[in-house]
Write a protein that binds this ligand. Structure first.
Ligand SMILES: [Cu+2]
Length: 195
């Protein structure tokens, strides 16, 4: 009898111990950066006047009204990870995306150029020395069959406060060619996001 009780208690303790451990990552696994939300919204057409929506679509065929854009970032040890999640876009479609300097406006160009860690003295910046995925935040993605996707970028620096204010979704994946580097076709949608 005593043996049976001891065995039972042992089994319960063992099960409890295993359950407690299973929720934790093994010590050898690299710590995933915690992404903190920065901005999230369903996009709308630009306002005719007054304040603009936080998320704007400039092309309702390629980014329908109501499509969702959300972005977040994590900063640790001088490294920054930015994540963009989208849903309600066209299925199985390639889009480009970057962090831009200014908030979204009524016109696609209002969000300004790409945020650059080391600023290109020449504008527009199409020199791959500056317009590249280590010096800018590129969040290109390809949607799944439901029109959803996630784009992520990690760089070895932190944003200068107040200088990164939007995520733009473009019509194509970003070019890396000299003279075209950083370009990704039309600006289809914009999410105002203060990083
Ligand atoms: Cu862009």
């Amino acid at each position: 009898m005593r043996t049976t009780v001891a065995a039972l208690v042992g089994a319960v303790l063992l099960t409890g111990g295993l359950a407690a451990c299973s929720g934790e990552a093994p010590p050898s696994a690299p710590k995933a950066p915690e992404i903190k939300p920065v901005a999230e919204t369903a996009v709308d057409a630009p306002a005719a006047s007054g304040d603009q929506p936080k998320g704007i679509t400039y092309d309702v065929k390629r980014i329908p009204v109501g499509a969702k854009l959300s972005t977040g970032a994590s900063v640790s040890d001088g490294r920054t990870t930015v994540e963009l999640k989208v849903s309600g876009l066209l299925p199985d479609t390639k889009y480009g995306s970057h962090v831009h300097t200014k908030p979204c406006g009524a016109k696609p160009a209002d969000s300004g150029p790409h945020y650059q860690h080391e600023k290109d003295p020449v504008t527009p910046s199409v020199d791959p020395k500056y317009a590249n995925a280590q010096n800018e935040i590129w969040l290109d993605f390809t949607t799944d069959a439901q029109g959803a996707a996630t784009g992520t970028a990690t760089v070895g620096w932190e944003f200068r406060k107040g200088e990164a204010n939007a995520v733009i979704v473009h019509a194509a994946h970003t070019s890396t060619e000299h003279g075209k580097a950083g370009t990704a076709g039309d600006r289809l949608a914009c999410l105002t996001a203060q990083f």
